[in-house]
Design a protein around this ligand. Structure first.
Ligand code: AMP
Length: 216
């Protein structure tokens, strides 16, 4: 299976992708994670991408499509892929079709996570994660059980993404509306789009995704 999880920043794409990885042995291909790793490692791509990401703008189509192509090339052909945060523009959607064909794959499903923007801003600006293992937390909805101690690994350092502030989040949402949402009709014409309520509790969204996969 090759699936795109589509939705604005904070819709739960990352959360749902990691659950699919755990339950189905699929592979999460998150261009945001790949770019953050490149920024942390200060690779040439990372150095170029950092300012663009901090401003909530889009990194070039060529760079992100090359990252996806390289990941797919290194994967077993039988391992399913979940595209998380890619494609984000019409050019990337076209590139993905070509890349998948080159690797003998086809797009099976697009899952759109529909959301309320103001609620999303609250979700995103409150999120933080363990600096050691990456476990995700939230100021209001998921604090660690023991103050300042990671539930999963016990570490005491936490971090926030530099682009998770309100100004940048609003910018990223505007870009989603203007650049990313317009790729949906093309997928709708192919009859592969399923729209889910991304504001529902995490477990409910997961159950809805599982139900979709069961019928695929
Ligand atoms: P994300 O973690 O998916 O929210 O991505 C964080 C940031 O990385 C975005 O705001 C963009 O600056 C950049 N980025 C991630 N994926 C893409 C993509 N497919 N195309 C362009 N820029 C991207």
């Amino acid at each position: 299976m090759n699936i795109i999880l589509l939705g604005p920043p904070g819709a739960g794409k990352g959360t749902q992708s990691s659950l699919l990885v755990q339950h189905h042995g699929m592979r999460q291909l998150s261009t945001g994670d790949m770019l953050r790793a490149a920024v942390a490692a200060q690779t040439p791509i990372g150095v170029k991408a950092k300012a663009i990401m901090d401003a909530g703008q889009l990194v070039s189509d060529e760079i992100v499509s090359a990252l996806i192509d390289a990941e797919l090339a290194a994967m077993e052909p039988t391992t399913g892929a979940i595209f998380d945060g890619y494609p984000r523009t019409a050019a990337q959607a076209d590139a993905l079709d070509a890349i998948l064909a080159r690797h003998g794959r086809q797009l099976d499903m697009v899952i759109e996570l529909a959301v309320d923007e103001d609620e999303l801003v609250r979700r995103i600006t409150g999120r933080f994660s363990c600096a050691n293992c990456g476990e995700g937390y939230h100021d209001t909805s998921k604090q660690p059980a023991v103050a300042e101690t990671c539930d999963r690994c016990g570490a005491h350092e936490f971090k926030r993404r530099p682009d998770d502030n309100e100004g940048t989040v609003r910018k990223r949402m505007q870009i989603y509306r203007e650049e990313t949402a317009p790729i949906l009709p093309g997928y709708e014409q192919r009859g592969i789009v399923n729209r889910l309520d991304g504001m529902a509790p995490i477990e409910q969204v997961t159950a809805a995704i599982e139900a979709l996969l069961a019928t695929a």
